[in-house]
Design a protein. Structure first.
Length: 261
């Protein structure tokens, strides 16, 4: 689908709902990952409305077709739908890393599941161009999260991973993040899949508009995660936001016990 195609959208800008409170933590490995400086990314995306250690209460959103979904950091995103899918337009400098929180549009899911979506990303300032590629992180994808006792989540995203387009997977345990990146020279668009099978999370991708086999990217063993998680679409940046993401064919399906991803 041409990024420049226009369609009638139903825009939703959710109101800001903040709640203050402490955030506990457990001992976890030191964050690491290729091609990314945790210190640089943390400093670049400080958000005065949702500072580290200040939980942001989810807000309900009347998005057509997603009436029972909620959003974290609603002040940082414009949410709309068109004939092709769900659109997230990032408008705030929000980051998913360590204790920092980006945007997550989600519903609660209990037990094993498979989440899939074709994720297409482009610059808000130039819809004909892929996001970033200027040293900034501008990413969107699928996420499963809980906030017990601190930031705990896994995700797979696509878009700009710095000076090129690509993919990233991340696992965060008690607000300490570890991630993996790989290049994807097709503008950063990808079909993404996130599966939970018991304590195991499998993250895979394939090229858009294809029926090729899924390519495995990461497996995370997260025995600490509860049965019920927030599952849905995330988006974030480590800089000035300049990304719109369309989630086509977004599905979250239950998996029968023992069924493979």
């Amino acid at each position: 689908m041409d990024r420049r195609a226009t369609s009638r959208t139903v825009a939703v800008i959710a109101s800001v709902m903040l709640a203050t409170g402490g955030c506990g933590g457990l001992t976890a490995p030191t964050p690491s990952g290729p091609g990314e400086s945790n210190g640089a990314r943390t400093g670049a995306a400080t958000n005065p409305l949702a500072s580290p250690g200040t939980p942001t209460q989810p807000s309900e959103t009347p998005v057509p077709g997603f009436e029972d979904w909620q959003v974290i950091n609603p002040q940082g995103v414009r949410i709309s739908v068109d004939s092709a899918g769900l659109l997230l337009n990032l408008v705030g400098p929000l980051l998913w890393l360590n204790e920092e929180r980006g945007v997550l549009f989600y519903r609660n899911v209990t037990g094993d599941f498979r989440a899939t979506a074709t994720v297409r990303t482009w610059k808000a300032s130039d819809p004909s161009a892929a996001p970033g590629q200027d040293g900034t992180i501008q990413l969107a994808g699928l996420m499963a999260r809980t906030e017990i006792p601190a930031e705990n989540y896994v995700f797979i995203v696509s878009g700009s991973i710095g000076t090129s387009t690509g993919l990233e997977t991340k696992t965060t345990t008690s607000s300490r993040s570890i991630y993996v990146q790989r290049g994807l020279p097709t503008g950063g668009d990808a079909e993404l899949r996130l599966c939970r099978i018991g304590p195991t999370f499998e993250l895979s991708w394939r090229h858009v508009d294809s029926t090729e086999p899924w390519t495995h990217m990461s497996t995370f063993d997260r025995r600490d995660m509860p049965q019920t998680l927030q599952v849905g679409a995330n988006i974030y940046t480590d800089s000035t936001p300049d990304i719109v993401a369309r989630f086509e064919h977004l599905k979250i399906e239950p998996l029968a016990l023992g069924k493979p991803c």
